[in-house]
Design a protein around this ligand. Structure first.
Ligand code: MN
Length: 253
């Protein structure tokens, strides 16, 4: 199973969350929200080749952490993946949109200079601007829009721009989200939890909870759970193989 967007470093016990993922044999893209968090978060993956750590600077922190862009650029050669990055156009963060855009565009240019990266991207309330930035720097790599909440029309534009999507249980339990996922090409979809920021009952979601997402995808696609799992596994191989900028070690995930 695959959890392509999880904040392992933000669980109350990060080491336990990483150990649980390993015990459940889940491949995890362990995203970070600040460059400062990258090295410590990467240490959680020591000895577990199924956990890959992404270098990020979250749009909700862009206005406080833009001085960490130098650190981002220094660490980027060591980072096989990038995320969480992007833009947040919601009311709460709208006043920081100029700084968010400066940070996002800087990161895209850095990724392009570094040969491209697979990028886990936040696009809440900002899909057209995210796509405009991505289209301006196509050499930045392969974008994966995480927990997409735009319209079907925006999703279609994103597909045309080469975007992939990581979807979680929340997207598959609302009629709007299901219609969105139904409109996406099945070969551009990965699964995610966004843990610990999502819940399963009273506890935080963990990587193994993508099993529930696979069940919901199977229902939506009218296939068996084994087929939905095979589709997502094949998609992961495809995004890694199709990515010319990835280092050879990335290919073994
Ligand atoms: Mn996230």
């Amino acid at each position: 199973m695959i959890d392509f967007h999880c904040h392992l470093d933000l669980y109350p016990d990060p080491a336990a969350a990483a150990a649980n993922a390993q015990a459940s044999n889940v491949a995890v893209l362990s995203v970070t929200t600040t460059p400062t968090a990258f090295v410590g978060t990467r240490a959680l993956a020591a000895g577990n080749p199924l956990i890959r750590t992404a270098l990020g600077l979250h749009p909700e922190l862009a206005h406080q952490r833009s001085h960490e862009l130098n650190q981002f650029d220094r660490l980027l050669p060591e980072a096989e993946f990038v995320g969480e990055i992007g833009l947040d156009g919601s009311q709460r963060f709208r006043q920081t949109r100029t700084q968010q855009l400066e940070v996002f565009d800087h990161i895209l240019r850095s990724c392009a200079d570094a040969g491209g990266r697979i990028m886990s991207i936040h696009s809440r309330g900002s899909v057209p601007t995210v796509l405009r930035s991505l289209n301006a720097v196509p050499e930045a790599g392969t974008p994966v829009l995480h927990w997409f909440t735009g319209t079907v029309g925006q999703a279609e534009s994103a597909v045309e721009s080469g975007c992939w999507f990581s979807v979680g249980t929340q997207m598959l339990t609302s009629p709007k989200g299901r219609a969105l996922v139904q409109a996406l090409p099945r070969d551009r979809i990965l699964t995610e939890t966004d843990g610990p920021f999502t819940a399963v009952g009273a506890r935080a979601a963990e990587p193994a909870d993508v099993s529930a997402t696979l069940n919901l995808l199977a229902t939506l696609w009218e296939v068996t759970v084994s087929d939905s799992r095979d589709q997502i596994t094949s998609n992961l191989q495809s995004i890694l193989e199709g990515f010319g900028g990835a280092s050879p070690s990335v290919r073994v995930i």
